[in-house]
Design a protein around this ligand. Structure first.
Ligand SMILES: Nc1ncnc2c1ncn2[C@@H]1O[C@H](COP(=O)(O)OP(=O)(O)OP(=O)(O)O)[C@@H](O)[C@H]1O
Ligand SMILES: [Mg+2]
Length: 149
C-alpha cells in the first residue's frame, strides 16, 4: 500500500509524526529517503518528541548511529556516508532490536534492512511544502492508511 500526503507547515509535520508515534511497536523500522534538506531529520526530531524523548535529537550524519533511551529506545541512523554495499554489525544490532529504528538514506544500506518496514520518501515542493510517499511492507501495510488521514 502506497499513499501520497502533502504537508504544508512544520506544525503539520509535527502532527504527522504524532500519528506515526501512535503506531510504534518494539522493533519498528522506519526508512526515510529524500534529498538533502528534505526533512528526514526534522521528522525524526518530531517523532522523538512525540515518543517522549527529552534529549535534543541531532543529525547523526557523522556518528552514523545515535540511540536515545526511552520507554521505547529510538535508534536514529543516517546512512548518507555509507554508500555502497555495507554491512555493519552495530547497525544491524540496532535495526533488529526491540527499539524503534529510523534510518535516513536507508537505500545505502538496503542489505541490512528487514523485509518489512514503513518507508517515507520526502519530496521538497517549496520552502515549507513537502510531498510524502508513504509505503508499508509486510505488517506495516495496515499502518499506512492510519497515518495518512
Ligand atoms: N514541512 C516541513 N517539513 C520538514 N522540514 C521542513 C518543513 N518546512 C521547512 N522545513 C525545514 O527544512 C529543513 C529540513 O532539514 P533536515 O535536516 O530535516 O533534512 P534531511 O532530510 O535530514 O537532510 P539530510 O539528507 O542532509 O540529512 C529544516 O531546516 C526544516 O526546518
Ligand atoms: Mg538528516
Amino acid at each position: 500500500m502506497k499513499i501520497s500526503k502533502r504537508i504544508y507547515t512544520l506544525d503539520e509535520m509535527a502532527m504527522f509524526a504524532e500519528s506515526i508515534a501512535q503506531t510504534l511497536f518494539p522493533g519498528f523500522v522506519l526508512c526515510l529517503s529524500g534529498d538533502l534538506g528534505a526533512g528526514k531529520t526534522t521528522l525524526t526530531q518530531f517523532l522523538g518528541k512525540a515518543m517522549g524523548i527529552k534529549d535534543t535529537i541531532t543529525s547523526p550524519t557523522f556518528t552514523i548511529l545515535k540511540s536515545y533511551k526511552n520507554a521505547l529506545v529510538l535508534h536514529h541512523i543516517d546512512a548518507y556516508r555509507l554508500e555502497g554495499t555495507y554491512e555493519d554489525f552495530e547497525l544491524e544490532e540496532a535495526i533488529y532490536s526491540d527499539g524503534v529504528s529510523v534510518i535516513e538514506w536507508y537505500e545505502n544500506i538496503i542489505g541490512s534492512i528487514p523485509d518489512a518496514y514503513l518507508s517515507i520518501d520526502i519530496d521538497f515542493v517549496d520552502d515549507m511544502t513537502r510531498e510524502l510517499k508513504i509505503e508499508g511492507r509486510g505488517k506495516y501495510e495496515t499502518i499506512v492508511k492510519a497515518i495518512s488521514d
